[in-house]
Ligand binder design. Structure first.
Ligand SMILES: [Zn+2]
Length: 248
């Protein structure tokens, strides 16, 4: 008799949470204009729709992108695209820094970390939202941005939530595109959150220099459906973090 509830509890414990944390102020840290939308867009929209103030920190202007659908000056154009897409997602602010695109790894970690800390303090954030430390697409800039945010979160004792992909979707994208997408097995996923992608799709079109009908983004969103997968990359040590962590 006693073993039945025990097994049941274990199954429940292994099941990912369904709700995003009830943070009042969030800092989303990314490497390039469009990462906040293509990657984090649906999660940012879900947070802002639930009443969170989401501040976006983007380290580069994305001037090294190999994609330029509009033939524009990328540094200037992508800054404007970030502002418009951020507004579409309901972001409270977008801070765009001028570190070299494709060169973030060469910037001292402590310098990037200090930029994150500055905004964490300025906006009195409860938690951070980042790309998974795989970089998702394997991009070194994504990895550097996450490493800096993670170090800043850890130093402040704040929780950080990382957007990730289920391993099966990453494998499928890898097979179809040859790009080094990286995912996580189910036992490394902490949250599986239902999202609405309408605003994310609208915001994606605002990154006009970076989207085309054949962009891998559309295929990824199709495979992801209406779910986003996240994991706690930093648990945080404040009392409030525990409450959020157990939210279902
Ligand atoms: Zn990127």
């Amino acid at each position: 008799m006693l073993r039945i509830p025990e097994v049941h509890d274990r199954a429940l414990a292994a099941r990912p949470g369904r709700a995003l944390p009830a943070w009042h102020h969030v800092l989303a840290v990314v490497a390039h204009p469009d990462d906040e939308t293509f990657g984090l867009g649906a999660v940012i929209d879900a947070l802002t729709s639930a009443g969170s103030a989401v501040h976006v920190l983007c380290f580069t202007r994305g001037e090294a992108s190999t994609i330029n659908e509009t033939g524009a000056d990328l540094a200037a154009t992508r800054a404007a695209e970030l502002r418009r897409a951020g507004a579409e997602l309901g972001a409270a602010s977008c801070t765009l820094l001028d570190y070299p695109d494709a060169g973030l790894r060469a910037v001292p970690r402590a310098e990037l970390e200090a930029q994150v800390t500055r905004l964490m303090v300025q906006h009195d954030v409860d938690g951070l939202l980042v790309f998974d430390d795989t970089g998702i697409t394997g991009h070194a800039d994504h990895q550097a941005a996450t490493a800096a945010a993670r170090a800043a979160a850890r130093a402040a004792g704040l929780p950080a939530l990382a957007w990730t992909l289920p391993a099966a979707i990453a494998r499928q994208l890898q097979a179809e595109t040859g790009a080094p997408f990286a995912g996580r097995p189910a036992d490394q996923v902490d949250l599986c959150v239902r999202v609405d992608r309408i605003r994310q799709r609208r915001a994606a079109f605002l990154h006009a220099s970076q989207v085309s009908p054949s962009a891998v983004l559309w295929r990824r969103l199709q495979l992801q459906g209406d779910c986003e997968h996240l994991r706690w990359i930093e648990p945080g040590r404040r009392a409030s973090a525990g409450k959020h962590l157990s939210a279902r």
